[in-house]
Design a protein around this ligand. Structure first.
Ligand code: PGA
Length: 250
């Protein structure tokens, strides 16, 4: 099964209105004609502006987080229908920063994944182990637990409507990328685990790698059989760097 590669930029809590204009303008111009899909995930407050800048372009819009609740009395939260109204296609759920800094557990992440799907949007589920967990030989156990929580919540065919991003925590924002072989090993494990529940879903599932991806290492990562693109943090804030990654994806 052919899987269309996806490169999604996660701006995290960075940027400004003026900066967004410049960055998105350059990405729209540079992403023309690529076979890979490109998406940008700016902070919530920039979504309306970026949506305007993306109009008529194949670059997709995404959000970095969402509430698991329906609209209501949840001060400071953002509901999935609001993201749909702004033409978001993707929503990142379970990013390691949310898990670690905002105490999002597997159950909450699974709820968010389900809520995004119910809205007709595409969740990007982040999974990945810490350095301590890797050193203890627990990488597969951690990733399996994070993945299974979602599969048990929504079922394997619904999981297949989303995207998975493997992001080893020790590689995020550290400049220390997983080697293509290290990443491939975990990607193959993820695909195998999904395949044990649904072979067809696994074959079509896009599994992105994230963690210090740059223009210079993207080609090696994307050449691996089970790496279907990237979730890009720091490098997504620099147009030339982000576009080099997009081109490496095809
Ligand atoms: P990084 O972040 O590319 O800056 O390492 C990746 C991510 O957290 O999605």
């Amino acid at each position: 099964m052919t899987r269309r590669r996806l490169v999604a930029g996660n701006w995290k809590m960075n940027g400004s209105l003026a900066g967004a204009d410049a960055l998105v303008g350059a990405v729209v111009a540079g992403a023309k004609g690529l076979s890979a899909e490109v998406a940008v995930c700016p902070p919530f407050v920039y979504l309306p502006r970026v949506r305007e800048l993306l109009r008529g372009s194949p670059v997709a819009l995404g959000a970095q987080n969402v509430s698991r609740e329906d609209p209501g009395a949840f001060t400071g939260e953002i509901a999935a229908p609001m993201l749909r109204e702004l033409d978001c296609k993707y929503v990142i759920v379970g990013h390691s920063e949310r898990r670690a800094l905002y105490a999002e557990g597997d159950a909450m992440v699974a709820d968010k994944f389900a809520r995004v799907l119910r809205e007709g949007l595409v969740p990007i589920l982040c999974v990945g182990e810490s350095l301590e967990e890797r050193d203890a030989g627990r990488t597969e156990a951690v990733v399996a637990r994070q993945l299974d929580a979602v599969v048990e919540r929504v079922g394997v065919s619904e999981l297949g409507k989303g995207v998975v991003a493997y992001e080893p925590v020790w590689a995020i924002g550290t400049g220390r990328t997983a080697t293509p072989e290290q990443a491939q090993q975990v990607h193959a494990f993820i695909r195998g685990r999904v395949a044990s529940r649904g072979a067809e879903v696994a074959a079509g599932l896009r599994i992105l790698y994230g963690g210090s991806v740059k223009g210079s290492n993207a080609g090696g990562l994307f050449a691996m059989a089970d790496i279907d693109g990237g979730l890009i943090g720091g490098a997504s804030l620099v147009a030339d760097e982000f576009l080099a990654i997009c081109r490496a994806a095809g």
